[in-house]
Design a protein. Sequence first.
Lengths: 342, 342
Amino acid sequence: MTVKVGINGLGTIGRRVARAITLQSDMKLVGAVKTRPDYTALQAAAAGIPLYTPSQEEAEAFDKAGIRVEGTLQDLLAKVDVIVDATPGGVGERYKGIYEEAGVRQIFQGGEKARVAEASFSTLCNYSEALGLKSLRVVSCNTTGLLRLICTLHRSMGVKRVQAVLIRRAADPREVKKGPINSINLNPPTTPSHHALDVKTVLPWLEITTSAVVVPTTLMHVHHVTLELEKRASARDVIEALAGAPRIMLIDTGVTGIRGTAQLMDAARHARPAGDLPELVVFEDSIHVEENRVTLFQAVHQESIVVPENIDAIRAATRLVEDPWESVTRTDESLGLTKRLF
Amino acid sequence: MTVKVGINGLGTIGRRVARAITLQSDMKLVGAVKTRPDYTALQAAAAGIPLYTPSQEEAEAFDKAGIRVEGTLQDLLAKVDVIVDATPGGVGERYKGIYEEAGVRQIFQGGEKARVAEASFSTLCNYSEALGLKSLRVVSCNTTGLLRLICTLHRSMGVKRVQAVLIRRAADPREVKKGPINSINLNPPTTPSHHALDVKTVLPWLEITTSAVVVPTTLMHVHHVTLELEKRASARDVIEALAGAPRIMLIDTGVTGIRGTAQLMDAARHARPAGDLPELVVFEDSIHVEENRVTLFQAVHQESIVVPENIDAIRAATRLVEDPWESVTRTDESLGLTKRLF
């Protein structure tokens, strides 16, 4: 069986999900909606992705730019089983009614409010509960990073309480108009930041607080996470649990010489398409245990970490695959996710 | 009584301590040692500070630059009661023997190993224990920031355990050759960073872990601190304890619109000499309490925070003032420290 998928929006997430869909043997990318004929539209057209516009109105500009348009969003919706909404944060909710009317299943991104979908989604935490739901919301990059870690460790050793400090990149590499140049900004000043609330959309029982700052860099977020386990564990136990889990990559700073996000992204550029690193990177030698408290540093590639979860969300919503681990295997093999970069 | 003070080194800390000494009614700045006749030497000469060189060798370059030199470090040591060593980190220890031989009291900086002095020093924690000691080491900027907070809260509510995540500026504004441009670096990757060990040089009984990253900014450090209190307290209790303490400034981000270090330093530039902010800045609305755990964000101006403690260290080592609060009052009034910027 093959699921027919459309994408609304080809920004940071949309074009990566588009590429990922073309790599799945059980999915077909029918087309993608673009608002303007900019360089990402040119690249998509060159890659053979059929392009659509939100309405007839935007088509003229594409004509002038020499980019073929297949029709409108409405036309695309008539041809697909699932639409992945990758419009800017908050915009997806405005399209909700149109998607509903067309009777397609919907995958939203973490920039939307949780109410946009029947459930918020993160593969390693709640794939099975998402089976057959009409609409899912893949939580944001930071939340995806936190949830991969928490659910992996919860499975093997039980997590009682989490506290995380997020050191966030100011903007994505392609964003040229925002972010501090020389400042550490509290974002927000108050605790908890929205990330704790977002984690609770998937794990409502978890006691978690998050605090966040924004710093002048574009490459990745870094989290300092403190996890209180149900019982004592050694650093070795934690490393083994993470080493055995999908989508988590352990990096030893001593062996690799990788001390931060710049070197990590440099290594990824020479190993991966578009230099992406969809794995959650946990710095192995940062894992520190005192009694039942584990602290560690992890890095989140904000541009790509949610891509595997979007692919799984399509399978869960359409019941294409019932077993979460089967979906994880298909997704990770097709995208070339690995446990090591070297 | 007036204590005669010399300074070895006019870098980031040295020239600020030099200026601070000239503002004390119970101290006299006899002179300062400079290695090279660069712009900080020219500024010191213009300010009327008598200049000395480490040895006769360096004097010629000053002659050529038209800067008058009074003699060598040895000459200066013969005229002072106290030498403040503000040479680069690790260099002070090499001068230790020369200072000892000259029979002067010594104030070292936090860049030196703790063994360089009879005690590590932080006014609000251990002024009284430092009275009359021959050598003191004023702990580093980050440690001073942590200690002001910890000792203030410990006095009124008892602190059992501390965990801090330090988001460190990469370099000082005048440093042009170091620091990441676009990266978040683990510095170090392992826990604890040296800051926890440095705090323990002053508070050996405290259970503390610290973790640190370095980010591409030059203005201030930001700390996320978690304190476990001996008993439950409200956010209001914490605010009152900090509001009543010297050298700690509360900033409300909502009222002031100050969300980060850039706006904080911008405000300081329009209120203070050299734009310095020697107060520890605690973001009032970041104070968050759960059971007996307090979390908050604070900012540390790395260039100036240790200046008041250097002045107090001179008084403690020479027994010029026996009461810590009397020294704090003299120092803070002379330097214009305040509880508010506005």
